[in-house]
Design a protein around this ligand. Structure first.
Ligand SMILES: [Zn+2]
Ligand SMILES: [Zn+2]
Length: 132
């Protein structure tokens, strides 16, 4: 199965993933005290999302499950990871960097008014079909 790599240093940034269609948005949490929704995608999948009709808070790119992301660090600029509740909202630019080379590679969104997802920046990643 393919996986995403950092385009600059070739470090793996996700577990192996298969392509699926973008699932419909997950509705807001109804559980008191829980502001972050369930993850939008199942584990082991990715969804190309470039037609942002349903919501302007979505970020264009390849959506993956947060737990499938590996080899990244939080962006050193904390304002990139701000949000209104438990954040980050992902509205202030890419907020995950490659832990190998520091390139800005993805946006994690997990606030009350966003989906719970990681969006890989298309220009910063590549899909590798090689087994490792
Ligand atoms: Zn909030
Ligand atoms: Zn890198």
């Amino acid at each position: 199965m393919p996986r995403f790599l950092c385009d600059r240093c070739r470090r793996p940034l996700t577990a192996p993933v298969v392509k699926i269609k973008v699932p419909p948005p997950v509705p807001g949490s109804q559980t008191p005290g829980v502001r972050t929704r369930s993850a939008r995608l199942p584990r082991g999948s990715y969804a190309p999302s470039f037609r942002l009709t349903e919501s302007d808070i979505d970020v264009p790119g390849f959506i993956v499950h947060p737990d499938d992301v590996q080899g990244t660090d939080q962006h050193p600029d904390p304002t990139r990871s701000s949000g209104c509740c438990q954040g980050p909202a992902g509205g202030d630019g890419l907020n995950l960097v490659c832990s190998g080379c520091g390139a800005e590679v993805a946006t994690v969104q997990a606030d009350c008014y966003t989906q719970n997802q990681v969006v890989l920046e298309p220009a910063a990643v590549c899909l590798s079909f090689e087994n490792d």
